[in-house]
Each structure stands twice: as C-alpha cells, then as structure tokens.
Design a protein. Structure first.
Length: 417
C-alpha cells in the first residue's frame, strides 16, 4: 500500500534586501512601489541604499544607508566579517583589481555593516540597477555564498555597462522592464545564462493612478522626466512652435542639466506664455499634472553617449489615468503604445512629433474618452504593479529556492572559510 504523502504548506516567501543607490528618489518611485508590493505579498523586505535620495515616501519598511555608518561601525563589522570569512575577503581584494578597470570599487569595509546584517538572516539581495548596487550585491553574495538577483534598467545597460557581463552571469535571476532590453541582456549573457533573464514590467497601481474627474478637453501637453538629452524635450519645444500646435500649452515636469538650455529655447521661440516649468515633483505632484493634461508627450531619443529610456513609468501612469500619449519609436515604447490610445513617431523628428500631438488634440470628446479607456485597459492587462510584482515573486522563488536550502544560519553563512 502506497504511503500517503501529507500536504505541505507552501514555502514562506523569501526575505529580501532591496539594494539601490539612493532612496527615496523622485525619478525612481518604482523601487518603493515594488518593495511595498513585495512586502504585501508576504516577503520580509529591508531597503538598503548608499545614501538618501531627493524624494519623500514612507512605505513603513526598514531602510539602511551605507554612507551613514560611522567609521567605528564599519571597522567593527569588517573585523567580524573577516574573522568569519578570511579567504573570501582576500578574494574580494583580488577581484577589486579587475573590477576597477571599469568602475570605482570602494573598500569592503563600506559594505561590511550590510554584510554583517545579512549574516544574521537568510535574506536575499535584490539589486536595482546594474551599476554600483549590483557590484555591491555581487561582492556580498560571494562573501556569504548566497544567491542574489538583479533588475537592470536602460541607463546601466547602455550608458554605464561597467562589469555588466560578470554581474549578469553572477546573478541567479535578472529582470528588465521590456523585451527590447531583455533581448539585449540575453545576448550579453550568452546561451549559458540567457535562461535566467526575464521581462518584468515596471508596473503602476491602477487604483492609485486613476482619474478623479473628466478629461479636460483642451489643448494642454504635459511632459515628465529629467531634463537630459535622452528625454527629447528639445524636440518637443520645437514642435510646440509649429503652426499645427498654435494655441497649445505645455508643462514640463522635471529638473536636470538642460533646464537652462530649454528655458532659453522657449524664449527664442517666443513661447514663454505657453510653457511652464514646474521643476521636479513627487508622485502626487506628477499625478496632479497628469490629471490636468490632455496628452502626455514622451519624445525619447538615443543620446550620443548611448543613454536611452527603455519604457518610462510615467507613460504607464498617464495611460492608467486615461490620458492619450505620443511617444517616440525608441527602445521599449513601441511595445507599450498602440494607435488605439496614442501615437508613435520617429525619434528626433520635430514635424512628426507635432503632427502626432495635433492628431490627438484634434480628437473630439468621444474619441478622447475611447482612447483613454483603451489605454487604461491596456495598462491593467499588461503593466499592472500587482501582477508584475507577483510574477517577480514567483521568479525569485523559482531561481532562489534551490540555493536557499543552504542559506540558513546553521550552515555556510555562519561558518568560516
């Protein structure tokens, strides 16, 4: 007679440390949103950033800052880590010579407090950005012999791909926000590691980003993003000067190195009465601007240094709020936008951008409402924060459940080399 195998409860979601460079950051609200959603799914979550960002958000989750540890704290932690893992610490010194060819590598003592904290738990590091957060995660994982995961974004893939191949191959799981970047990452990893690279859309909460009133029905454009070359705002200002957009107003939300140049460009065109610069706004401020607008413009380009956006979150936020969008045919944007609720135009093509915006703004109330409804339905189906984070949670369990069997306080984490 075959013995009955008792039903076992599902394993508890893995404890996670989410590592990033600065937190909270106005331009990286997706980090906080994802962390909070992972916590709601049952993951114990701790955030670890190098330093404090320029944003304001309170998720209620614990946060540690590497640069705020005192010298004494670092030295004590380093002594404890080195005593437990002397050979692994020496290997880190050796590997730093190689990593330094492509990026700065701070001494291991700057990481020691975080490593010491991880020694007391079975938490897994999930790094956002394949820049310094990924290198820190890679180093900590080698000290602790513990798997880690990575979400790579466009900046670190195209603008600053330092030690990228090693980071991608070292991580147990790699995710990125669109098929465009995922395909590129799989090419870098090669066939031996391509299977652990997956698409997880940086989603939005459709309950949070929902209209509180009807569409304005006017001729007002909003553009949101850092004032840098890749956003293509220089082409947007030129487009506003075209006759087809006469009487149209524009609000540019964001700050950055091109702020002065864009203001001067507005003045040259005589558009000062029609263009408003708000500076950087928090998530609530951005939502308020989306509520007031008739169309979102995201005229991205590939910058001369290779920097580009993959699939900006604000486009999904606008669609969730039933706002039509006009975007460039760059990176992952064509994967997100269709003629049903927006227009896709050639990058850096001022005439095409003006024409696309004019088409949307010439639509009547019924057509605008239909476009808004279609856009919101698309986001709910394909870029929902809860759905995409649940997929990430499942992928983390699949990728890390095997290695995690050896990650307990009674095993290699707490032993010496």
């Amino acid at each position: 007679m075959t013995a009955q195998i008792p039903d076992l409860p599902p394993p508890a979601p893995a404890a996670l440390e989410i590592w990033c460079e600065s937190y909270p950051s106005v331009s990286e609200t997706f980090v906080a949103a994802e962390a909070l959603t992972l916590a709601q799914l049952g993951h114990p979550v701790h955030l670890c950033a190098a330093g404090r960002g320029d944003g304001h958000v309170d998720t209620g989750l614990p946060v540690s800052y590497l640069w705020e540890a005192t010298t004494a704290t670092r030295l004590r932690a380093m002594a404890a880590v080195a005593a437990r893992h002397p050979w692994r610490c020496l290997a880190d010194v050796r590997d730093r010579r190689r990593w330094r060819r492509e990026e700065d590598v701070p001494p291991l003592r700057t990481l020691a407090p975080a490593i010491r904290r991880l020694q007391r738990s079975d938490a897994i590091i999930h790094a956002h950005f394949a820049t310094m957060p990924a290198l820190r995660a890679l180093r900590a994982s080698r000290i602790l012999k513990r798997p880690w995961s990575l979400t790579a974004h466009a900046y670190d893939i195209y603008r600053s791909p330092a030690n990228l191949t090693e980071k991608l191959r070292s991580a147990a799981l790699v995710t990125s926000g669109c098929e465009y970047t995922v395909t590129h990452l799989r090419t870098i990893t090669g066939p031996q590691a391509a299977g652990h690279v997956h698409q997880i859309v940086m989603g939005v909460d459709p309950d949070r980003f929902a209209r509180t009133g009807p569409l304005p029905g006017g001729r007002h454009i909003v553009a949101v993003g850092r004032l840098v070359t890749k956003k293509g705002f220089v082409h947007l200002v030129d487009a506003l000067a075209r006759p087809s957009l006469a009487g149209t107003t524009l609000t540019i939300v964001g700050d950055g190195p091109l702020a002065g140049a864009l203001r001067a460009q507005v003045d040259r065109h005589g558009l000062g009465a029609r263009v408003t610069f708000t500076g950087a706004l928090d998530s609530d401020g951005v939502q308020d601007q989306l509520e007031r607008a008739d169309v979102l413009a995201m005229p991205c380009v590939i910058a001369p240094d290779g920097d580009r956006d993959s699939m900006p979150v604000v486009v999904k936020e606008a669609l969730a709020m039933q706002l039509p969008v006009v975007v460039s045919d760059v990176a992952g944007l064509p994967e997100l936008v269709s003629e049903a609720f927006g227009r896709i135009v050639a990058p850096a093509d001022t005439d095409a951008l003006a024409q696309g915006l004019a088409q949307v703004l010439s639509a009547g109330p019924a057509e605008r409402a239909a476009m808004g409804a279609a856009g919101r339905a698309h986001v709910i189906a394909h870029a929902n924060l809860q759905t995409e984070t649940a997929r990430l949670s499942a992928l983390l369990h699949e990728a890390l459940s095997g290695p995690r069997l050896a990650v307990r306080r009674s095993t290699s984490d707490l032993s010496t080399d």
